[in-house]
Ligand binder design. Structure first.
Ligand code: HSE
Length: 420
């Protein structure tokens, strides 16, 4: 049986999860594969912090990334450092040294993915990154294999566990944003600096990767309009509840004609839709496609074991390619040019919430609102499908009265006007 030698960069939550799962599942891997893995070296920032970590006997713990990426014996490098630098330099060096790469680094893949994946293709090494989107949900493999022959028209994801945890806590425990976030940080569900999660940046990175697989389209960060969850108020959640809706941070990409419309931001989801019931740190991705209709993939979007499981599935795929001498095939080879468009500017329905002014009724705007509700400190209405221009005029008029006005799109009410 062939032994494949691997090296690991980083021994945080994800790195430790990989080491644990690799040891735990070694017997099953030996039964299903005609190769076995040997973890040779692990590079960490500070060796003394990891002296007591449970590593397989003989594993080298080093502070030098080059001990892993320049070691001629190592065939696969698992990058579990996160952040763009120094991961990018290490990965490029490893590729140039002929090593296959497995990474969970969505920041890097979204921003420099094209360049690095080209480098890997030229060097004829594998580069898999299942864990970079939605942690344990095997969504990239589903898109690139099971749905390869289907035509996908829309993907809608709850792909940031932190934001979903905070919104769920606000909704269930009637908390304001700051209190819910603080509680999430105390419980370890949100990072000390949660900016990327609550501002939708992390979800945007993941949507960029998903769009490459689903639509063959490489969106840039600037192509995707983004709103975070920091301004969501208890009144908005309460008014959504009155209309039997839930507020979630959504990442959406929708193909119409030769255009790919996208957005990342909070939206109100009618209770009838499966995504309305995805709570806490769970992730979910709803895929609309011609042959299958709507399929929804739900599961843990982060955490040591789920992320490690995705990394190990990449490891098996790479091991298989190494044994067959078939490295260098792309994880995703779908390319289809389309014009990037904003989903925020197309006609759609909105949930409008007006706080600190209850004098409004929908009789003020008979053509705009289909339903209304009144709470202790707010008035709220559901619009019919209206243009962005109409929305902005409405917000302007309402704000003139001194009220605090907010709006949320209603999920799946988007009606892009087909263009050639
Ligand atoms: N910060 C991410 C989240 C971790 O909250 O979903 C997984 O990418």
């Amino acid at each position: 049986m062939e032994t494949i030698t691997i090296g690991l960069l980083g021994l945080g939550t994800v790195g430790k999860g990989v080491v644990t799962l690799l040891q735990k599942q070694a017997a099953k891997i030996a039964r299903t594969q005609d190769f076995r893995f040997k973890l040779k070296s692990v590079a960490v920032h500070n060796r003394t912090r990891h002296q007591n970590d449970d590593l397989p006997a003989g594993t080298i713990l080093t502070e030098k990334v080059t001990d892993v990426v320049d070691d001629p014996e190592i065939q696969i490098v698992i990058e579990a450092m996160g952040t763009i630098e120094p991961a990018k330099v290490a990965i490029c060096q490893a590729i140039l040294n002929g090593k296959s790469i497995i990474s969970a680094n969505k920041d890097l893949l979204a921003t420099a993915g094209e360049e690095i994946l080209r480098l890997a293709k030229t060097a004829k090494v594998d580069f898999f990154y299942e864990a970079s989107v939605a942690g344990g949900i095997p969504i990239l493999r589903v898109l690139s294999s099971s749905l390869e022959t289907d035509k996908i028209s829309q993907i809608t994801g709850i792909i940031n566990g932190t934001a979903n945890y905070v919104l769920t806590a606000m909704d269930r425990e009637d908390r304001d944003y700051a209190t819910a976030l603080k509680n999430a940080q105390e419980l370890g569900y949100a990072e000390a600096d949660p900016t990327n999660d609550v501002q939708g940046i992390d979800a945007t990175y993941k949507l960029i990767i998903l769009s490459r697989f689903a639509f063959g389209q490489s969106l840039r960060l600037a192509d995707i309009p983004r709103r975070g969850i920091t301004k969501i108020s208890p009144a908005q959640l309460a008014s959504a509840k009155q209309f039997k809706m839930k507020i979630k941070l959504l990442a959406v990409a929708k193909e119409a004609g030769h255009q790919l419309y996208s957005l990342v931001g909070p939206a109100a989801i009618p209770a009838a839709e499966p995504l309305a019931h995805v709570n806490g740190v769970q992730n979910a991705i709803a895929v609309q496609s011609d042959a299958l209709g709507e399929t929804t993939y739900t599961g843990p979007g982060a955490g040591a074991a789920p992320t490690a499981n995705s990394i190990l599935s990449d490891l098996l795929a790479t091991g298989d390619d190494i044994v067959k001498g078939d490295c260098g095939r792309e994880f995703n080879n779908y390319r289809k040019p389309a014009a990037a468009q904003s989903l925020t500017t197309v006609p759609q329905r909105y949930l409008i919430t007006v706080e600190e002014d209850r004098s409004l009724t929908n009789s003020n705007y008979p053509d705009l609102f289909q339903q209304q509700t009144v709470g202790p400190h707010y008035w709220s209405g559901l619009t019919s499908v209206i243009s962005r221009d109409t929305l902005e005029k409405l917000l302007h008029t309402l704000e003139k009265n001194g009220a605090k006005v907010s709006y949320l799109p209603i999920a799946n009410s988007w009606q892009p006007v087909p263009q050639e």
